[in-house]
Design a protein around this ligand. Structure first.
Ligand SMILES: [Zn+2]
Length: 375
């Protein structure tokens, strides 16, 4: 992660590079600003610039042995503290190290992520992550080692506001008497929840939200969206690139769901049983959560198609592609079969939740559609 990989935030990038070039490196910085604006990405690039052996105008060279290690987040003088969840079957405090492998994988995927993504990466959805008291001892221990490559040591703390009180007080002690050649970077959406004594020990860098046009340009250039889609996604993301990425994944899923919904309806109508079997195999190969999402999507489309027949566009919530399909298909969903189709989709969803074999569930569903669609 170098400055060039960070979206927007040009003023902050230039200022940090200039500070490093001039040797002005405060021992602690607080990167704060709204979610998804690139605080963590910038913290990582800043860390890389401090650890680089031959920085170019305060920016990491990308070539030296240190940069090669930073690129994979395995530099021995780069340390991380982040919220974690106690693994199942384990008691007592846990430290960030327990999830270091998942953390590095997440950073390699993208540094634009939020707590929901991080919980998913730890495979512990619906739990509360925090920085436990034991983390502060781990920090002391990590920083008691001499820098293995003779330069700076950097500690990046993600979501310091989620520190337990003991840990926060110990961090304050460390910041009051910082070890030599050590840079702390605290990355927080909620600096108001930090101890004011910690905040006053840091130099604050306030990030603005990402402007819509900057985000739209990035979505076009890096994700291949056409100008209209890029603008729509950027607008909905309201300054957060993390939110924009989440929206893209949802869009991709919906596009695939739409294709498979259309295919199911076509194949059932044409009674292509062999192809219906292949269709069921494809959907059955997904995870159960995604299968449930798909069945919900199908229920929504059936409802939309039924409503379409009443020619009241204000009541229809469809994308352009979905509406195009409804123009030809809606007449097949009528008062004789709509309840039956909805019931079958809901029953399939229940079966999936109760761990019935997805191959059977989806093939059965397809076969029933043959009968229902001609009513
Ligand atoms: Zn370098």
């Amino acid at each position: 992660m170098y400055y060039d990989d960070i979206i927007g935030q040009d003023d902050i990038k230039a200022r940090l590079a200039r500070d490093v070039a001039e040797g002005h490196v405060p021992h602690a910085r607080l990167f704060c600003g709204p979610p998804g604006c690139g605080k963590l990405a910038t913290a990582l690039a800043y860390a890389a610039s401090l650890l680089c052996e031959r920085p170019v105008e305060g920016r990491p060279c990308g070539e030296c042995p240190s940069c090669k290690m930073t690129a994979r987040w395995v530099h021995p003088d780069l340390h991380f503290t982040f919220p974690v969840v106690r693994p199942r079957g384990r008691s007592g405090d846990v430290t960030s190290d327990v999830y270091l492998a998942q953390w590095r994988e997440q950073l390699c995927r993208t540094p634009y992520f939020d707590m929901t993504d991080w919980l998913r990466a730890m495979d512990v959805e619906n739990q509360q992550a925090m920085i436990y008291a034991a983390e502060s001892d781990a920090i002391v221990q990590r920083l008691s080692l001499t820098a293995s490559r003779g330069g700076w040591r950097v500690l990046v703390v993600w979501h310091p506001e989620l520190m337990n009180e003991t840990a926060a007080n110990k961090l304050l002690k460390i910041l009051e008497e910082p070890p030599a050649r050590t840079a702390f970077v605290l990355v927080s959406d909620r600096p108001d929840r930090l101890l004011s004594t910690i905040v006053s020990r840091t130099q604050r860098v306030a990030f603005p939200p990402l402007p819509e046009e900057v985000m739209a340009r990035t979505l076009s250039e890096q994700r291949g969206l056409d100008a209209d889609d890029a603008r729509a996604v950027a607008h909905a993301a309201a300054g957060s690139y993390t939110r924009a990425l989440a929206r893209l994944v949802a869009n991709e899923d919906e596009a695939l769901f739409f294709d498979l919904f259309v295919l199911l309806m076509r194949l059932s109508y044409m009674r292509k049983v062999k192809d219906m079997h292949d269709w069921a195999q494809q959907v059955a190969s997904w995870g159960r959560e995604r299968q449930k999402d798909f069945l919900q999507y199908c229920q929504r489309q059936v409802r939309e198609n039924f409503v379409y027949n009443f020619r009241l566009p204000a009541l229809n919530y469809q994308s352009r592609r979905e509406a195009d399909f409804s123009r030809r298909f809606a007449r097949f969903v009528n008062e004789r079969n709509v309840v039956g189709i909805m019931n079958e989709l809901a029953a399939a969803q229940r079966d999936i939740e109760q761990n019935v074999s997805p191959r059977m569930v989806f093939f059965d569903l397809a076969l029933k559609m043959i009968v229902l669609l001609i009513q």
